[in-house]
Write a protein that binds this ligand. Sequence first.
Ligand code: C2E
Ligand code: CA
Ligand code: CA
Length: 641
Amino acid sequence: MTWNIAPESISLVMLGIILIYSRKGSHLPTLKNRMFQGCLFVTFCAMLTNILSTVMIYFYQIIPLWMTWLITTLYFILTPLMGMTYFLYTLAIIYTESPNLKKAFLFCSIPGLGYAVLVVLNPFTRNIFDLTAAQGYTRGSMIGTTYLIFYFYCLACIVVTLKNYQKLDKEISRILAAFPVLAVLVIVFQQLYPQIILSGTAATCALLIIYLHLQNKQISLDYLTNLPNRQELLNMLTLLLTRYPDRPFTLVVVSLRDFRQINNTCGQQNGDAFLKSVSQFLSMAGPQQNVYRFSGDEFALLFPREDDDKIRTCIYEIQKRMSGSWQVNDFHFTLTAVIGVIRHTEASQTLEETIASIEYAVMQAKTEKYGQICYCDRAMLANLERRRQIIQILKDKLTDQSFEMFYQPIYDIKTGSFLYAESLMRMNDTPIGPVYPSEFIPIAEETGLLIEITYIILKKVCQFINQLLEMQIPIKCVHVNFSAIQFSQPELAKKVLGIINSCHTPAHTLKIEFTESTLAENPEIVREFALEMERHGIMMGLDDFGTGYSNIATVISLPFGTVKLDRSLVYASMENPTSALAVKNLVRTFKELGMQVVAEGVETEEQRQLVIDFGIDQIQGYYYSKPLSEADLLRFLTGRV
Ligand code: C2E
Ligand code: CA
Ligand code: CA
């Protein structure tokens, strides 16, 4: 019989290409990745020996017999082992990093290894095949074992895949089933047309499908910088944490500051080019193959082993380079980068802790206290732990809507009564004792939890206003604080109006306070929102005036009912007559523009007198009252003690 080896030869070339490309893919030393390389390698060798042995058998009279023997023996060993490596790869995918996987591998390799011994002994037994100078190639009595082993592993693949069908992603199970199903089809085809050799072609097709879907490098690489992406870092960390839970690895995150500004001033394309330059520098300076794109403008460097000198030198190099300038096309940039550093097992035990502590370290590095680099130490971890607890408390309180609202009365000078109040959130009752707004509000802002919390606060305030109105308490309006992040919400106005309407609270009884920095950050969004609120009769108030750097032109062009002077202006005026004069003129200007001016933080009689002299309309401060619970405010306003 003559054999057609054309399909097998073409497949060999294809497989060679996959082999080369897959080397550039995920570099994680997982069993799954190693087994995939194993599958490719064994299949490649099986196909190569198949082609060579076919040619050699055809020309057996010319080629030395021992060479044909050797190559054919290798072919007989490798071909069924293709099935075995594929089966082991299937196990590695399904059971990932299970501690028993290695044992399972050994156990499942027994039939394959037993068969290999049979083939090695074939020159003595001639059970599988025979080769003689006179007759050439003839089949042995036990050649069926070759197919049996192959069938056995194909069947095993199908069985484990089906057994884990529920637990596996549907796409993965379909891909895993591709090889055995293709193998069966090919064997049927082979029976019909024995002269066309196709076994390697089937394996190549299966491996191509796997490569495209499961092992493709695009899954693990960041598109822009060609660095492994965040998911790949998480996979690597998981691997380190499960395999070597006690090995101290170090994670460094370099975060570029104000990167948005580059995009704004030089355009997205130059911004991208800049990111590429930084990533190229970091992959040279950082630990080989362990530099990742952590987020848009953050890069992670993972040092899997303890090597303090190397880590220190690397950080020094990065700091040195980052203090210099960068050139992209015609643009020159100098940008600061902050660095967060954590060490497992000091800073974290689990993946979540590792990510939380590195993000915390980066966040701390951005604060002035740490001067651009922050090593996460035990004291910081205690802070982090407290932060974690506060986040949990905020989440719990959000779930059961159990925030307490306090209200600080605001005194109206003209009428001599308390016509206003500011709502202030409290968390006095928590498992870790009272937590104050100065601590929990920044955390709620950073985690984004404040967005939903504010909607709940608004609802609570509306309900309380309704109660005040029902009791005919003469209150004009209650102030609610909105932080800057609230304005990142696309449907803010709609949501706010929805809540007020659903509570049937008169719009004019609410005033939304926001700070100067909010205005400075999002002038356009705030303007649109303020105009929309004005259309619906809801007032707006500028808070903490004198602490930010808002453009005075923006301030006066917006429909603010009130401007609240920050307490620092009151204190400064007490100390310094020039400041007092400036504040007095400011108050006059605001009033001429039709705004009401509120003085905040008034504690003493002198301060009260001073702000009255300024011509202020309302006063808020401990002089009159601290923030009060709902019940206390009711008592305060109705004059009952
Ligand atoms: P803020 O909006 O400027 O609120 C006024 C803060 O000044 C309140 O602090 C209040 O208790 C305090 N205060 C009032 N009178 C005096 C005084 O005479 N002397 C002194 N030393 N302080 C006085 P609080 O309640 O601790 O809130 C701090 C900050 O937390 C608030 O500053 C606000 O920015 C934020 N915050 C509080 N509650 C909420 C809320 O419900 N939502 C939002 N977004 N932020 C809130
Ligand atoms: Ca306020
Ligand atoms: Ca304020």
